[in-house]
Design a protein around this ligand. Structure first.
Ligand code: FES
Length: 428
């Protein structure tokens, strides 16, 4: 969800070893169907030579699949102090802002087809990744796809309840991997999703979650917390850029400017020490390296709102300024999103390209990663390496921001670091 479009925006699934219930879990209305499914036997992970099943949980912000879901989506979004810090008035201001913004945001979702495609793409990507993982890592198979969104269905708590119904946890153990779908880490995004996951684990697995009873009976969690320069991710972005470049006449191609666009952050978050800006820049550099630095390029930031200072330069301003200077061959590349949603389909396509660039034919957008085979293979490679590593997370995740004074961050990071003792390398 665009901070621009929700915050005034920031002020806006087994346990059986045979057939994967992916379609039941994740298809259209699949989550509801799976909730009514016959209870499956508990997972057993002590069979010689087998360490599966493994739950693979894609975490993302999510978006309303229909305009009717916009109100609830905004309400959850504005209640999240990790994403939109409104201070002690959060519980008052959050509902107020979300109610006021709902009609306008509903119109924007209506303009992109009536809802966000992020659930469809997340479910597709996770299912396809799990199929590849079953072949690459039979020791940890079957890999079961689940999606957990922070602000839209399927919510984190619903994903967790489904895990428990599917035979994980509650004294039965099991392994789950929380795989962030934000390639670059921010405490506002991946950090918020991990805080939410930690909260629901404590609520739904009770004292097992704190180790006060049998700690082996709870789900063992590990985290893929960032992957900004993974070669597969870089390759997927580069392929989409090359495909778009090929649309320009050959004589103009070398002068086409690449404008990488990422969701902005308030400078208060940047100055707290959030790692996101440097990780986004790392992705940009890696993609340009892969392209042989064939084009001029800039990184700009979208979706900023409100009177406070945000990380810039803004994408909309950048396009206006470059077009005014005669740079009318521009390719916008959404570099921090893994699928289409309102920031690409509405903000970039309708606002920036149609309005700011006045629909100039030389101003285009690279396709989002969506169903890219290179991207789905990258996801499987990242997950496979994680399962092989025996690490509960990256080393980077346990270092808090310089200016962080959040108890929630402290406890969440302690929890995931503590899972390390329960994880053994699996595939060699
Ligand atoms: Fe970054 Fe807490 S805000 S670790």
């Amino acid at each position: 969800m665009s901070i621009r479009h929700s915050a005034t925006h920031l002020t806006r699934s087994l346990a059986t070893r045979s057939p994967r219930p992916a379609a039941g879990l994740l298809g259209t209305n699949g989550f509801q169907k799976s909730c009514m499914a016959t209870v499956t036997p508990p997972v057993t992970q002590n069979e010689v030579g087998k360490q599966g099943p493994t739950a693979m949980v894609f975490m993302n912000m999510g978006g309303p699949s229909t305009t009717d879901e916009v109100g609830d989506f905004l309400s959850r979004l504005f209640a999240d102090g990790d994403l939109i810090p409104l201070g002690p008035l959060q519980s008052y201001l959050g509902p107020l802002i979300s109610r006021r913004r709902t009609p306008k945001i509903q119109k924007q979702y209506a303009a992109i087809g009536g809802g966000s495609p992020i659930r469809k793409w997340s479910e597709h990507q996770c299912e396809e990744m799990c199929k590849l993982l079953d072949e690459m890592s039979p020791e940890t198979a079957p890999h079961k796809p689940y999606v957990a969104f922070r602000y839209a269905n399927p919510l984190t708590e619903h994903m967790y309840e489904q895990l428990l119904k599917d035979g994980f946890g509650k004294g039965r153990g099991g392994r789950a991997v929380a795989f962030t779908q934000y390639p670059q880490y921010s405490c506002s995004t991946t950090g918020s999703s991990l805080n939410e996951l930690w909260k629901w684990r404590n609520r739904l697995e009770g004292k097992r979650a704190t180790g006060e009873t049998n700690p082996d009976g709870a789900i063992t969690w590990s985290v893929i917390d960032r992957w900004p320069t993974h070669p597969g991710l870089v390759e997927a972005f580069a392929q989409n850029i090359e495909a778009k470049l090929a649309e320009y006449p050959e004589e103009r191609r070398k002068d086409v400017v690449i404008l990488f666009s990422a969701h902005s952050l308030p400078m208060s978050v940047v100055n707290r020490g959030d790692p996101y800006p440097s990780e986004v820049a790392a992705t940009v550099h890696a993609v340009m390296h892969r392209l042989g630095h064939s084009q001029p390029y800039r990184l700009c930031w979208q979706s900023q709102v409100g009177p406070s200072a945000w990380l810039g330069a803004q994408t909309s301003d950048t396009v206006k300024q470059y077009v005014a200077r005669g740079h009318t061959d521009l390719i916008l590349v959404p570099i921090a999103f893994t699928s289409d949603h309102i920031e690409t389909l509405y903000e970039l396509d309708l606002e920036v390209i149609e309005e700011d660039a006045k629909g100039h034919p030389g101003v285009k957008r690279a396709e989002s990663l969506n169903g890219s085979p290179a991207f789905i293979k990258a996801l499987a490679d990242i997950a496979h390496a994680h399962l092989k590593s025996g690490e509960s997370s990256s080393r980077q995740m346990h270092l808090r921001c310089q200016g962080c004074n959040s108890e929630r961050c402290l406890e969440q990071k302690k929890f995931f670091a503590g899972e390390q003792a329960k994880i053994l390398p699996t595939v060699k």
